[in-house]
Design a protein around this ligand. Structure first.
Ligand SMILES: [Zn+2]
Length: 247
């Protein structure tokens, strides 16, 4: 009898721990947003790093445009901080991020450089702890898909675009232009597309639809998990009723 109680207790404890773990992982990973602000680093007079005629500001825009196209295919809204070779100070980029009406994340795209040509690879920076899962998901995919060094993720509060943007924000260093091979690769369509796909996949890995506010909840059309519950049926019924009564 004592053994049975003990076994039951063990199962209960293990079960609760499992649920907590699964719930915890889910909660730590998910970010609610409907818009992605894509920031092509540098531009205009500010070329960023420049090696053997390859300008960072040009590559960041090319990659940003590819990321935008992929995210749109996934049904996310996007906003670009710049679409041409213009100069935009950090405050201008922060302003674009913070003027979003709907919940958004900020993804800044850069390329790296070093005084030593031997360094290569990708690294990602984030501001607040809430941005960490986003940085991690993108970083690991970039390193794996581009088959380059994984230099990890780091918290960087000295970067204004990470510190002053309201929503989750990351800054990605997408390869070393000072490394001869990575510089050549970075200009290729294949590298840029693989990179953009890794960034898009990382974003989608943490993406969660924003929870609707009370009125929207009654009015919206798209299906969600509530549609498969009793609550969902009630909402659906109310929705139909209200729709029928509208002129
Ligand atoms: Zn840069």
């Amino acid at each position: 009898m004592g053994t049975l109680v003990s076994i039951r207790r063990h199962f209960a404890v293990a079960g609760s721990a499992w649920l907590l773990a699964v719930g915890g992982i889910g909660a730590a990973r998910a970010l609610e947003f409907s818009t992605v602000v894509i920031d092509a680093g540098h531009g205009g007079n500010d070329q960023g790093t420049s090696w053997a005629g390859v300008k960072e500001s040009q590559l960041t825009l090319q990659v940003a445009e590819r990321v935008e196209a992929l995210l749109k295919k996934k049904g996310l809204k996007t906003e670009m901080t710049r679409r041409s070779d213009i100069f935009l100070p950090p405050d201008g980029r922060i302003e674009v991020a913070n003027r979003q009406q709907e919940s958004s994340i900020f993804v800044s795209i850069h390329f790296n450089s070093s005084s030593s040509w031997i360094f290569r690879g990708v690294e990602s920076f984030y501001g607040g702890p809430a941005s960490m899962p986003l940085a991690r998901e993108i970083q690991n995919r970039m390193a794996k898909e581009l088959n380059t060094d994984n230099r990890g993720i780091k918290r960087r509060l000295d970067l204004r675009v990470l510190r002053l943007t309201k929503g989750p924000a990351v800054l990605l260093e997408c390869g070393f232009l000072s490394h001869p091979v990575e510089r050549v690769r970075s200009q290729s369509t294949a590298y840029q597309q693989t990179l953009a796909q890794a960034i898009c996949d990382g974003i989608m890995a943490v993406h969660d639809e924003p929870r609707a506010k009370p009125m929207e909840w009654l009015d919206r059309d798209w299906p969600s998990w509530t549609d498969y519950t009793l609550l969902g049926w009630v909402r659906h019924g109310l929705n139909q009723l209200l729709r029928d009564r509208r002129p």
